[in-house]
Ligand binder design. Structure first.
Ligand code: DHB
Ligand code: FE
Length: 288
């Protein structure tokens, strides 16, 4: 059977992608960001997943105000990097895993989570920047991403957005779905976005280190009570785009302890301000 072996959490700032693509990683400003991912790159090299279930948000790239799925699972064979205004990022095409994605859709929808099924979707910085951070830069002409990815898009842009509680429950259903897939796959689940940031309005530039670090603490040790935090607290404390953090609760809900297993092992934790307008947070938890 397939197994969720670990969860990875990371911010997805588009300027990180630009820094990578334009060869700026050694600049002092960016070096401080990328240094936090060096242990992660070594870890994932030694703990290669067969598939990544990647929870992210689309930033009005694949979807628009014309159509806003709350939870959308990618069941396609591949996904192109999106053109976000400056041309698509020079990264490999993302290969999907249609068989596992279709199985998860079947299982999770039968458990009453009404997912949208997406067979065509370009993927923006929300998905490609986390891949670049964990795997480093890959030349699209000669290299592929190391494994297939199932993109799972969550609406955290246009209200009403799903609650942290619903995201946490959904993660639990995704875990049951993965564990009922009849192939011995090593699956990682990634939660992306956050941490505190606000991109517009009078509070633009808001960062809240205390709240972010408390979020990381609670994500590790008391995710069930963290999942009860209402939207208004995210927005008040972590800024309007801080709401992206509810997506981390999907990944956390899929870990073994939530289903009665042992607590996960924290492998790596990193926090840094700033990257563009955002506080960068990053965590890796392994199921033991
Ligand atoms: C920034 C962060 C985001 O999460 C995003 O989607 C766009 C921009 C930023 O910090 O600039
Ligand atoms: Fe974002």
């Amino acid at each position: 059977m397939a197994r969720i072996t670990a969860s990875v959490y990371t911010s997805h700032v588009p300027a990180i992608g630009a820094a990578l693509d334009l060869g700026k990683t050694a600049e002092p400003y960016w070096q401080k960001v990328f240094s936090g991912y060096e242990p992660s790159k070594a870890w994932i090299e030694a703990n290669r997943p067969d598939v990544i279930f990647l929870v992210f948000n689309d930033h009005a790239t694949a979807f628009s105000l014309e159509m806003i799925p709350t939870f959308a699972i990618g069941t396609a064979a591949e996904y192109q990097p999106a053109d976000e205004g400056w041309g698509p990022r020079p990264v490999p095409t993302v290969q999907g895993h249609p068989a596992l994605a279709a199985h998860i859709a079947q299982s999770v929808i039968q458990e009453d989570f009404d997912l949208t099924i997406v067979n065509r979707m370009d993927v923006d910085h929300g998905l490609t920047v986390p891949l670049s951070l964990m795997f480093g830069q890959r030349d699209p002409k000669t290299e592929a991403w190391p494994c297939p990815v199932i993109p799972f898009a969550v609406n955290v842009v246009q209200y009403p957005v799903p609650s942290g509680r619903r995201c946490f429950q959904l993660g639990q259903a995704i875990r049951r779905a993965v564990e009922s897939f009849d192939e011995p796959l090593n699956v990682q689940i990634w939660g992306t976005g956050g941490m505190s940031h606000q991109l517009q309005g009078p509070r633009a530039g808001l960062i809240n280190r205390d709240w972010d670090n408390r979020f990381l603490d609670r994500l590790i040790s008391e995710p069930g009570s963290l999942a009860q935090v209402p939207h208004i607290e995210y927005v008040r404390e972590a800024g309007s785009e801080g709401i992206e953090l509810v997506m981390w609760l999907i990944a956390r809900g899929a870990m073994a302890d939530v289903a009665g297993g042992p607590p996960p092992r924290p492998v790596h934790r990193f926090y840094h301000v700033p990257a563009s307008n955002t506080a960068v947070g990053h965590l890796i938890l392994e199921n033991v």
